[in-house]
Design a binder for this molecule. Structure first.
Ligand SMILES: Cc1cc2nc3c(=O)[nH]c(=O)nc-3n(C[C@H](O)[C@H](O)[C@H](O)COP(=O)(O)OP(=O)(O)OC[C@H]3O[C@@H](n4cnc5c(N)ncnc54)[C@H](O)[C@@H]3O)c2cc1C
Length: 698
């Protein structure tokens, strides 16, 4: 008999954002102006736990919902009670506020231990079930970190389950396909990526939910090791509105105009990609390498840069050239000259900042290389390009850590891509990706050599491995970065630190984050955002073999089936047309896609390749090898045409490097319209035949 501990979270409703939810001066989102709802994927996780209990046939298993949050988070527990939860626990305490993922996962894991001891009174058969990620944090880091703290297998991105031979078999999303796995132990942390069978509350259920006790625990009840701001390993240093999309987002009213736009975009081409590519900032230089020793233009925030500029000007006016000789009389003169812009303590910190030259972190800049089926993931090469830039700024080397079996041939490619040192952790037990075994291998290697920066690809594998490694070695981690820069925070004694910028709250705000209380700075970065360097086969590097003791006990999952894409596809084509779930059927996909691809290749005289969204692949419209996106292929054609595709982030990051994106969708509010260059509101059935005709005459 299994029990189910379901983690639920109350989040702002980012799907219903009105204009007055934004601060008119800063342009950032004011969270309190949004309604609070249960995180959608947690609602799906609750329904999934209910389904697991049903298919297991053991009706006496308990479902316990747990949340950490302010007192009002009780609402999501009542939601859980009214659907299927037997017992609910609210972990609430001011001391827990302001937590990052480490200081969230840690108290939640301690609360789970207390649930097992005090409520279930048995710890040998339970599952922790939760949504893959929350819409506010968007990191997907908390569940793997809980798994690491509790030493449980973690099965992420689950979309289905079956109960066979007294055990669960889970279907999960992996890069390029899907996999069926079962945990080797009975216990596991499951994160749900999609389960579209919601539970509804009955009238009696709602009444019962309102009457039932919500168990409340505070920080002292669980005695966790890392809580609140103090226990966090990252700090947000800036929140700002996202830059305007560089896409044109222009509506076209008729197919003739669209045909003209298509031909013009193809023949002229702007040579530029739109979204996604990291905004170019100027390259960091260490303080002692700068032409002017008073140059503090690499401070992390505009305010810090301006303060230093003012101080530098005042020092010049006062003729001060040697900071170590500034005395009390000079300090008085400086403070009166800056006119109250900063106070005595700040001045002291800033003057001390001038004396610093050494980076706050030491060691190489590393990339954890991802590979499958004998090939390195393209995102690894992009990260090495970025690591090269960061390492050159910091005057250190680029390392690439690879765990697997028969992986030495990758070293040549990684060196050609820009790496200097390749750390090879080779073991037969690492032949296929197992989160626990790979975590052990990489964590051991990191904590032996202590690089100052570790980058992972934000793929399903990287988003699972990175939180487990960082948690195990006690370092902060920032998820899904779209910008990575070296900057100083001189007044706090920090030189050459990694500033990690990422979208949050469903892309409605951007946050810049730095690592604290850690020996290494860690981040995952979205595929398709960083730039790969042209391979240079004349580069040389070193291979360092790192041995880790592994045994069968380190393998957490049994892989029962893997389904990956097969067949040939040329995503290097200048034009790619993708169909989504809006194509309605395989027949429609075949017919309309064939018609448009033929029309386009005839008119433009080029090869046109077929693509698809994940939903279209799952509907069986076309083979998986044609999937575009985060877990499909990232592409950068001249023209990308999306037919009946809504514009989910996981799809759009796969086409970020496209020159011109065109969308056809019947929903006038389709999110893709805000992420494309030209669009038509209309059904694919009506629009495509008209567009093909129009192409013949323009
Ligand atoms: C870990 C993870 C990885 C993922 N990786 C990927 C990935 O690599 N690639 C990917 O694509 N997705 C990926 N997804 C899934 C992604 O989140 C979306 O679910 C998916 O992209 C949706 O596909 P869609 O736009 O075709 O379907 P939907 O979101 O269902 O959209 C269908 C669209 O068709 C429109 N439509 C309906 N009928 C018509 C009509 N007759 N004519 C015109 N328009 C019509 C609708 O208005 C709607 O906008 C991933 C998800 C997760 C959790």
């Amino acid at each position: 008999m299994s029990n189910y501990i379901v983690l639920v979270k109350q989040v702002p409703d980012v799907t219903q954002i009105t204009d007055n939810a934004f601060d008119s001066e800063t342009g950032t989102l004011i969270r309190t102006r949004l309604a609070s709802v249960i995180n959608e994927l947690d609602a799906q996780a609750l329904a999934f736990a209910h389904y697991m209990k049903k298919i297991s046939g053991a009706q006496n298993g308990k479902i316990i919902a747990l949340t950490m949050g302010p007192p009002m988070a009780e609402e999501v527990l009542r939601y859980a009670l009214s659907r299927c939860a037997d017992t609910v626990v609210l972990l609430t305490d001011k001391a827990l506020g302001g937590a990052d993922t480490v200081a969230t996962a840690n108290p939640l894991a301690f609360a789970i231990r207390k649930i097992i001891k005090d409520i279930l009174k048995s710890g040998n058969d339970y599952y922790v079930v939760t949504g893959m990620q929350s819409v506010d944090g968007d990191t997907a880091q908390v569940p793997p970190q809980i798994a690491d703290e509790l030493d449980l297998p973690c099965i992420a991105y689950v979309t289905g389950a079956e109960f066979k031979d007294s055990r669960f078999e889970f279907t999960r999303i992996i890069s390029g396909g899907s996999q069926v796995v079962t945990p080797k132990k009975l216990l596991a942390v499951i994160t749900v990526a999609k389960y579209e069978y919601p539970l509804f509350a009955t009238f009696a259920g709602a009444r019962w939910a309102n009457k039932t006790e919500v168990i409340q625990w505070g920080s002292a009840d669980i005695n966790a090791a890392h809580i609140g701001v103090k226990g966090s390993k990252t700090a947000v240093i800036r929140v700002f509105p996202p830059g305007k999309s560089t896409r044109k987002c222009r509506q076209i009213s008729d197919t003739k105009s669209l045909a003209r736009v298509l031909v013009d975009s193809f023949t002229s081409g702007n040579g530029e990609s739109g979204l996604g590519t990291e905004t170019q900032t100027y390259r960091y230089i260490l303080p002692d390498k700068r032409a002017d020793k008073f140059d503090r233009s690499f401070e992390g925030t505009k305010k810090e840069q301006q303060d230093y500029e003012i101080l530098t000007n005042v020092l010049a006016e006062l003729g001060i050239t040697d900071i170590s000789r500034v005395d009390d009389a000079d300090r008085k003169k400086i403070l009166s000259a800056v006119g109250g812009r900063f106070h005595k303590k700040t001045l002291e910190d800033m003057l001390n900042g001038f004396k610093l030259n050494e980076p706050a972190f030491k060691g190489e800049v590393w990339v954890v290389a991802e590979h499958s089926d004998g090939a390195v993931h393209p995102a690894t090469f992009e990260l090495i390009g970025k690591a090269r830039e960061l390492a050159d700024s910091l005057q250190t080397k680029v390392g690439a850590a690879v765990a697997g079996y028969e992986i030495e041939p990758f070293a040549k490619e990684l060196i050609a891509a820009g790496a200097d040192n390749i750390y090879i952790i080779e073991d037969k037990l690492l032949s296929v990706f197992d989160p626990a075994a790979h975590r052990k291998a990489i964590a051991d290697c990191v904590s032996t050599y202590w690089p100052q920066i570790v980058l992972y690809a934000a793929t399903p594998q990287g988003r699972m491995l990175a939180p487990m490694v960082s948690y195990r070695v006690g370092c902060g981690l920032t998820a899904d970065c779209t910008g990575l820069d070296i900057r100083d925070n001189s007044r706090n004694g920090l030189i050459g630190i990694l500033l990690q910028t990422r979208p949050a709250l469903g892309g409605n705000v951007m946050a810049t984050i730095r690592t604290k209380n850690s020996k290494s700075q860690m981040a995952t970065a979205r595929p398709g955002v960083m730039k790969r360097l042209p391979p240079d086969s004349s580069r040389t590097g070193n291979i360092i073999r790192h041995k880790v003791q592994l045994s069968d006990d380190d393998i957490s999952l049994e892989i029962l089936k893997t389904e990956l894409g097969t067949g040939e596809v040329n995503f290097g084509a200048d034009v790619v047309v993708s169909g989504g779930k809006g194509m309605q059927s395989r027949d429609n996909y075949e017919r309309l896609m064939g018609m448009l691809c033929d029309g386009l290749s005839g008119k433009l005289g080029t090869q046109v390749e077929r693509g698809a969204s994940r939903a279209a692949v799952e509907q069986g419209f076309i083979e998986r090898v044609h999937q575009v996106g985060q877990t499909g292929t990232s592409i950068g054609p001249k023209i990308y045409i999306a037919l009946g595709i809504s514009g989910a982030i996981q799809h759009m990051i796969g086409v970020a490097n496209t020159e011109t994106i065109i969308a056809i969708n019947s929903d006038p509010n389709a999110p893709i319209f805000k992420q494309c260059d030209y669009y038509i509101v209309g059904t694919v059935e009506d629009t495509i035949p008209q567009l093909v005709k129009a192409l013949e005459i323009v």
